[in-house]
Design a protein around this ligand. Sequence first.
Ligand code: NBG
Length: 792
Amino acid sequence: MKNEILAHLRYSLGKDAGHASIYDWRMALSLALRDKIVDPWFRSTKIGYEKQPKRVYYLSMEFLIGRLVEDVAANLGVEDEARSALSDLGQDYDLLVRDEPDAALGNGGLGRLAACFMDSLATLAIPAMGYGIRYEHGLFEQDFVDGQQVEKAETWLAQRHAWEFERPEVSYRINFGGHVHHHEGKAEWRPHETVLATAFDTPVVGWQGKWANTLRLWSACPQKEFDLASFNRGDYLAASRSEALARTISRVLYPDDTTETGKELRLKQEYFFTAASIHDLIRRFLDDHDDIRALPEAAAIQLNDTHPAIAGPELVRILVDLHGLDMDEAIDIARRCLGYTNHTLLPEALERWPEWLLGRVLPRHLEIIHQIEGRQQADHPDSPRILDHGNVNMGELAFIMAHKVNGVSALHTDLVKSTVFADLHRIHPTRIVNQTNGITPRRWLHGCNPALSALITRKIGDGWPADLEQLRGLRPLAGDTGFLDEFQAAKRVNKEQLSNWVAETCGLSINPDAMFDIQIKRIHEYKRQLMNILETIALWNEMHANPHADWTPRVKIFGGKAAPGYHVAKEIIRLINDVASVINTDPVTKDLLQIVYPPNYNVTMAELLIPAADLSEQISTAGKEASGTGNMKFALNGALTIGTLDGANVEIREHVGAENFFLFGLTAEEVVERRSHPGYARTAIEASPRLQKVLAQIAEGRFAPHDPGRYHGIVGNLWDHDHFLVSCDFDTYFNTQRRADEAFKSPAIWSAMALCNTASVGWFSSDRTIRGYARDIWNVGPATNADLEQSA
Ligand code: NBG
């Protein structure tokens, strides 16, 4: 490995060891690791072609990948080798690992799920390709100035990306605009604008390096390079205008989390990557098939949310306009290829495009959508409409064009059936299925928590990263005090590590003996970071009044970004920071309560925080969080959950046992019922002196003395509207927190409960989720061991 690294340093980076920077060393290491994936990658592709009738295509607008060095090294089983090779070369492996940019081509759960799925598909040896966009700028970087979020452009591609292979020969023309010419029953789209989609491939290697799939990301570039004639005339801007316009399409990730953007550019991004992917998979299919009608036997195309929902009309367009099939048959074939995953019920997140806009950008597709609608209405006159009040409903389109539609947790799937798609569900009662989300244990336990991971391996062997249900073998140890001590010691190591990091980065010294209580996720009203900070203030009030009582010291940790246009979410961030600056400087409570909110939460930060957590905050308004996946990561790493009966919390609680989960709050049904009572928030606040006091303090400017009116909006909204029922759940939340305090006082009790969490959540591996998709939606199987051996 030493020689491989040195060779790359010399021949790929053009440096000798004496002059190499950290970047050079990190690149050389990454390239050496990448080399080791190439053979299994070729082998997998070959087996895929020869032995596997069907391939999975996972279309996702987002892949929230994070760093790759450790992940790849661990999957290949060469971490120790890499570490010692570098140490022989006088380099610090951990320093190089930390030099890698965090690839943030996603906003949150939806994008991270796609990344976990890629890991599981490769681990399970299922031939698959992920398709997405190679954004030049990933999710914005967050900073706090005066406690307020400030966004900066993210620049992960400012340096060369070590893991990808550019494929200039894999390039498709993607068209927009223009009009449709109809002649003798045939339609011909005469577009107005064309850009090229060029492929960049990243091999994704599974556990133990047996199989690798491809993540193919599309980059937009102009069809014509720049306009030399204009340049020669001295009009330099005009010369590069078309180039700039084309490149805009893959320039930035939309930083929206679950809110709709009405932007034409967003629609173009969606069509751009979807069309390129569909062309690519059809080309691959036609390489060794003659009859396009057999496509459903060769391609399972999964739509990650509605962002790629235009895949339905695009497939139909290709089948009808380019292959001459008739419309009915084309729709049927497309449907047999497509599956659609719904990730949210929030009405503002359901994509809807104005018909005029879709017709302007994709005129032929709009015609086809009318045809799809016409057939659906003819077969089912009571069907909800795709085209409605001048809008194109992408959810209805995706549903109608898919043979299977899935929700992402049991509760969410029930709600999908009974709310957003109730009418379509009545018409197509077998179409909706559930696939509860999962997480990859490779990154989210083995990789991020070496202390616990080593302990588990010592006890139950090293089979668990590929078969997470083996963690059950730890359950009997909940009564073994020796083992619990070791389990606690592992947590302690992680908490110390986090404390050191907080000291370095936030300049705050936190107490590793305190309970680390963590809420990390996008900032959203339904996730109720607001309730958490209100509870923190209430707790502080009581600690301050009575500092010598038997309190459980706490460190409250927050992490997360707000969409730049989401005003209320940004106010909540500011409030947390304002409250932190008051509470963290109170000498009376300084050993009892602290608040930490490091800026720029990302995958890498999650990998540091989750292993160090004692308590995981999963406190959304019931019925709003489709699943959650952070909740699974915390439980796997031995944190207890304080949470509502929402999303996958319900199933986590069933697995770990009610006695090992701090449940509180209204149920999804009760939430709906409560909302029907006018003035429900006022009633709840009036019944809670504790909450009243907190709201009064905020309203009086206790946390913003120089700008006392700063939070009148937040406070007024709580009294008068409170759509997310913070007021209604506040008291039970507070009381449940105190139950957690009590349990934490006994380390033996707490660590037994925590161990039950780790031992019981094997089911939440994304391997299980992917097996479910493969069985219920895709109808694909993994490569067999015989295939693998034969080709090795
Ligand atoms: C998110 C949900 C989460 C869920 C992830 C992955 C969107 C639109 N939805 O609850 O809010 O865990 O998807 O399924 O980002």
